[in-house]
Design a protein around this ligand. Structure first.
Ligand code: IVH
Length: 302
């Protein structure tokens, strides 16, 4: 793949290590302090989103046409995977006439759980039929990453990928979106109108209490979602406030990822088999009694 430089760096989000409700409260406290708000000021408005467990992607539209899809890479340089991303039906190839002349949409490419199970089923059939170089995938994220980085686009097209939009990169006339949109939620609603998939769970909430309620609600829904998440993300809604908060190194001060405690399940080890890799390295693989963790059935582990 060809290396491409992102017009605006693709940042990462700070992760709140406290997985309990106080993780959300600390974030709100910090934001209020940094915005110099006191108790008599209004509650801060946030957009609460899912933290999708896939691959970050930057989609560039010039004159309303998708011209480039690039992976995050090191945040400054990514890989041009346009050919493979074009095969994702949910990603618009053209935007309506009211879209800006230049627009960079950021989001996550992922594989839905049902598509992952079906893909692995097909892979198992291929392996059983003696087809060489075929393998099953460990989880939806790995399957999605493999499909995106597949050099043969015809194979990539057979791997069912999906997409959720959640962020803004470059935009004309102003590259930070301030002046085009006043809030992140307004931007997401506009993305929906332009044909991008935005997760239904995305919600505008107020104050620490709103964040905590969202964190708890998603914890309940997590296992029944049709795709994997590894937490939720809170973002200050006002773009003006986002600009005032700014960044620390490669992370914005206005966003945080709030995870859930690790999911653990009990199972039994049925056998341990040792595989010999191409380099002669020995890898023990534990064959586990099937167990359902985070939406996928785990049957073995290295
Ligand atoms: S926003 C400026 N929103 O998390 C903030 N990222 O560390 C830029 N991710 O690799 C990212 N869901 O792929 C954002 N709703 C969401 C997200 C999300 C998943 C991933 C993203 C990136 C990592 C950020």
């Amino acid at each position: 793949f060809i290396s491409v430089r992102h017009a605006m760096p693709m940042l990462s989000i700070r992760t709140e290590t406290d997985t309990t409700a106080s993780g959300a409260e600390h974030f709100d406290e910090r934001i209020r302090k940094e915005l110099a708000l006191d108790v008599s000021d209004d509650l801060v408005e946030y957009v609460a989103e899912l933290k999708f467990d896939g691959l970050a992607m930057s989609l560039t539209y010039e004159d309303h046409v998708l011209v480039q899809a690039a992976t995050r890479g090191d945040g400054e340089w990514g890989e041009d995977v346009t050919q493979n991303i074009r095969t994702i039906g949910q990603i618009p190839l053209r935007l309506p006439a009211d879209a800006p002349k230049l627009l960079e949409v950021r989001g996550e490419v992922y594989m839905a759980r049902a598509d992952f199970e079906a893909l692995n089923e097909r892979q198992r059939t291929r392996i059983a039929a003696g087809e060489k170089n075929e393998k099953t995938f460990v989880n939806p994220r790995n399957a999605a990453a493999g499909a995106v980085r597949q050099l043969d686009s015809t194979i990539a097209a057979q791997r069912p990928l999906s997409f959720f939009a959640y962020g803004l990169g470059d935009i004309t006339p102003q590259n930070d979106g301030v002046g085009v949109f006043s809030s992140h939620f307004e931007f997401l609603l506009q993305l929906k109108k332009w044909g991008f998939p935005v997760a239904n769970q995305t919600q505008c909430v107020k104050g620490a209490e709103g964040l905590v309620q969202f964190h708890q609600k998603i914890a309940q829904e997590r296992d029944s979602l049709p795709f994997d998440i590894d937490g939720v993300v809170y973002k200050v809604n006002s773009l003006d406030a986002q600009q005032r908060l700014g960044f620390v190194t490669r992370e914005p001060r206005w966003a945080v990822a709030h995870k859930y405690p690790a999911q653990e399940e009990l199972t039994t080890v049925q056998a341990i088999e040792v595989q010999v890799g191409r380099t002669g390295k020995l890898t023990p693989v534990a064959k586990l009694a099937p167990v359902f963790v985070g939406g996928v059935t785990v049957t073995n582990a290295t």
